[in-house]
Design a protein around this ligand. Structure first.
Ligand code: NAD
Length: 410
């Protein structure tokens, strides 16, 4: 997995900055626990099938382990371990009191009925129950799991332990103790970080242009927020195509069409009232804009297209969208990169608020969530930016070093 190689590289760089020994780095990169179990499920036709499940826990020095559970055919020990380690760093960057964890079940959810997926969710909890809990390890949704699956897992946990424990899992539906604003938290957090960075640079968002790669959950929300804030969104893309309009794209109208099932290569987007110029999807990277936001896939800015980047800021909402070589090239050109471990940590931050809410028995309002999220992301940006200034390093190096130091000192 390329992303884990980059991750390890970043950890090694940060460790060098901090003067850590190889022994310390090895310790910090070793999981506390790798849990594995075969889950045997009775299928709808009465047959039995077995699926391999994993939970990896990474450094609880700062608090309970925290991280999602994915249902995906490619889930394996290596991938789950890598993602668990990244969660530990992410939680430490935003300074929330959690360690890292990740879970996975090697299953193709598209081939199972809802009933069978619920059975997998229950079996997962049965297999790992002694290692889960509000003070031990707090899962959340990830690829192909959702608030419904979280609810099933919570019910199973409460049934087995005979306790009422909504704080044992986050990403629940509101009626089961979930928190308002979790679905938009990743992009809300990213835009809060951008806001702090622009204040540092004495730049006003209303004078800036933005291009956004990806119009999924994260990209669509980022586009909406930025246009609401008065930025000019001049380019957007999805997997099929890219749109450009130097006068500014009407984000809401484009997203309405997307919701109605149109892709951005549809000719409708070139006609009235849109009148966009249309391009191939990958061309978004080189389009003229002050701020480029990759919010789709990993490895989108590489040696072969890095020269085309015109933005002075890249906000990494996606995980690992820039390869290390491209990262270096952008840094040489003094392009400011807001690293994924900071930019997209708003999701886990609001999960933390959900955990707090459940433990205190309160229900947080939308306003309280928004206010605390903004405060947390602004503080995290300040810490990272000050470290970078102090050590004359990039924001990525600073974020990793700050997080590693916090984990090591805990
Ligand atoms: P999503 O599946 O909702 O959307 C992905 C988007 O990427 C879609 O619009 C798709 O059309 C687009 N896409 C796919 N291939 C593309 C290509 N070649 N060019 C341009 N666009 C392409 O996913 P999401 O939840 O929006 O997540 C996007 C990224 O953000 C991922 O890297 C994810 O890991 C990261 N992220 C998301 C969250 C979250 O809470 N949603 C949290 C942390 C990180």
């Amino acid at each position: 997995m390329a992303a884990f190689d980059y991750f390890k590289m970043n950890v090694h760089r940060a460790a060098a900055l901090l003067g850590y020994s190889q022994e310390t780095v090895d310790r910090l990169l070793t999981p506390d626990r790798v849990l594995k179990a075969p889950l045997s499920i009775t299928m709808d036709d009465g047959s039995t099938q077995t699926f391999q499940a994993y939970r990896v826990q990474f450094s609880n020095a700062r608090g309970p382990y925290k991280g999602g559970i994915r249902f995906h055919p490619d889930a394996d020990e290596d991938e789950v371990s890598a993602l668990a380690a990244m969660m530990a760093i992410k939680c430490a960057v935003v300074d929330i009191p959690f360690g890292g964890a990740k879970g996975g079940v090697a299953v193709d959810p598209k081939k199972l009925s809802l009933n069978e997926l619920d059975a997998i969710a229950r079996a997962y909890v049965q297999a790992f129950v002694e290692h889960l809990g509000p003070e031990l390890d707090v899962p959340a949704p990830d690829v192909y799991t959702n608030s419904h699956i979280m609810g099933v897992m919570l019910e199973e946990y409460e049934r087995i332990t005979g306790t009422k424990a909504p704080a044992m899992i986050t990403g629940k539906s509101l009626d089961m103790g979930g928190i308002v604003g979790r679905d938009t938290a990743t992009s809300d957090g990213a835009i809060a970080v951008l806001d702090a960075l622009l204040a540092d640079q004495h730049r006003d968002i209303t004078n800036l242009t933005v291009s956004i790669q990806g119009t999924g959950n994260a990209g669509a929300r980022a586009a909406t927020l930025l246009s609401d804030l008065g930025a000019k969104v001049v380019a957007m893309s999805d997997s099929k195509g890219a749109l450009r309009n130097p006068e500014g794209i009407d984000v809401q109208k484009v997203l309405e069409k997307k919701d109605a099932g149109k892709s951005l290569n549809d000719t409708e987007f070139a006609d009235e009232p849109f009148s966009h110029a249309q391009y191939d999807a990958e061309e978004i990277i080189g389009m003229s804009a002050d701020i480029l936001i990759p919010a789709a896939l990993e490895e989108q800015i590489r040696l072969d297209n890095v020269e085309s980047v015109k933005a002075s800021i890249v906000l990494e909402i996606a995980n690992g969208p820039i390869t290390p070589e491209a990262d270096e090239s952008l840094a040489e050109r003094r392009v400011v990169i807001v690293p994924d471990v900071l930019a997209n940590a708003g999701g886990v931050t609001v999960s933390y608020f959900e955990w707090l809410q459940n433990r205190s028995g309160e229900t947080w309002t939308k306003e309280r969530v928004a206010e605390r999220l903004e405060e947390t992301m602004h503080d995290a940006y300040r810490d990272v930016a000050d470290f970078a200034l102090d050590r004359n390093c990039t924001l990525r190096e600073a974020a990793y070093a700050l997080a590693l130091g916090r984990i090591n000192d805990a």
